[in-house]
Design a protein around this ligand. Structure first.
Ligand SMILES: N=C(N)NCCCC[C@H](N)C(=O)O
Ligand SMILES: O=C(O)CCC(=O)C(=O)O
Ligand SMILES: [Fe+2]
Length: 336
């Protein structure tokens, strides 16, 4: 968010995907072109669209269709997989249950996380322990989403190799202890049509999702076609729309990549307002570091940002757990 960008750039990443594993990839002209665009987009906006990503459009659309089907079920049905602290914060949350900056968000969602086995990361991961809660209806939802998550994980790993090169690091900077065993978060989100009863103006809680940053490395957003609702904040505080572009994902940078890059790439604030007359679905995949990774600015990024370390070391799992466990707590309950 280092600039007053007015729109979000679109990058064709097919040259990167063609040679993501090539030992000489850093010298490849096609890849160099992609890497330059990634660097510019990450510095200027922290948001970019990708095309040429290789995930079939039929799957991308089916994922949203199945999400629509789930949200159109009666509440009793959806509540069979209700989220709670005892389900590892996995499952369905009703409209208004998720809280951002003290205000209930006008969205419903199924929250999923990579499975955490008991004791896996000692007490650190305890709040998130457990398997995901998948609904029985629609019957193909679980299988489709699991396949989609695996495609998103592969794609994100490849984009992160391009981002590593963009930083002037080696392509595998985000593998090994840092993100070689990446955690992931997955949210199937539904935004109802706003009711403007009593002629009231857009109220605070007409916001589908309040301004926030994402927590990890890289987010892949699969949003409904034909509805513009996602907005990204630029340096002056203007909200710039990220309208759906067919066949693309919206990508954005999370808090861990901001720390790693010493702020060279920022985790940009964004929010969602569905002003359209139609129910909107978004399926968001979040590619993260290893759960127990201790994240601090890379030397190469400290150099590129004037030589001073701007962020202290953070453990990703701690950051995630502190967010997740407060996302469902109302302001007046926080201290009690
Ligand atoms: N895993 C991610 N990024 N989820 C995004 C949710 C943002 C809203 C949440 N209440 C918050 O305040 O963070
Ligand atoms: O609905 C969207 O377009 C984005 C959702 C989002 O920002 C999030 O879940 O973190
Ligand atoms: Fe987000």
């Amino acid at each position: 968010m280092a600039t007053d960008f007015k729109s979000i750039p679109l990058i064709d990443i097919s040259p990167l995907l063609a040679k993501w594993d090539d030992p000489n990839m850093a010298q490849d002209q096609g890849i160099t072109g992609v890497v330059k665009q990634l660097d510019q987009a990450c510095r200027e906006a922290g948001f970019f669209y990708v095309k040429g990503h290789g995930i079939p459009n039929s799957i991308i659309k089916e994922v949203r269709n199945v999400a629509h089907k789930f949200f159109s079920l009666p509440y009793e049905e959806k509540l069979k997989i209700k989220i709670s602290p005892t389900t590892g914060y996995r499952g369905y949350q009703q409209i208004g249950e998720n809280i951002t900056k003290g205000i209930p968000d006008m969205h419903e969602a199924i929250d999923c996380y990579r499975e955490v086995k008991p004791g896996m990361y000692d007490t650190l991961s305890k709040p998130l322990e457990g398997p995901n809660q998948w609904p029985i209806n629609p019957p193909n939802l679980k299988q489709l989403m699991e396949e989609y998550i695996s495609l998103c994980t592969d794609l994100s790993r490849k984009i992160m190799r391009g981002i590593a090169l963009a930083l002037g690091a080696s392509a595998d900077e985000f593998e090994g202890e840092r993100a070689g065993d990446p955690f992931w978060v997955f949210r199937i989100i539904g935004y109802p049509v706003l009711s403007h009863a009593n002629g009231k103006d857009m109220a605070e809680n007409d916001i589908g999702c309040g301004a926030h940053t994402d927590y990890g490395l890289l987010t892949l957003v699969n949003q409904d076609a034909d509805i513009t609702a996602l907005e990204v904040r630029n340096q002056s505080g203007e909200w710039i729309s990220a309208p759906p572009v067919p066949g693309t994902f919206v990508c954005n940078i999370g808090d861990m990549l901001k720390i790693l890059t010493n702020g060279l790439y920022e985790s940009t604030f964004h929010r969602v307002i569905n002003k359209s007359p139609t129910y909107r679905v978004c399926v968001a995949y979040f590619y993260e570091t290893n759960f127990d990774a201790a994240i601090e600015p890379l030397d190469i990024c400290i150099k590129r940002t004037g030589g001073t370390k701007k962020f202290e070391r953070a453990v990703y799992g701690e950051h995630l757990v502190s967010k997740v466990t407060t996302n469902f707590v109302k302001e007046d309950e926080l201290d009690s």
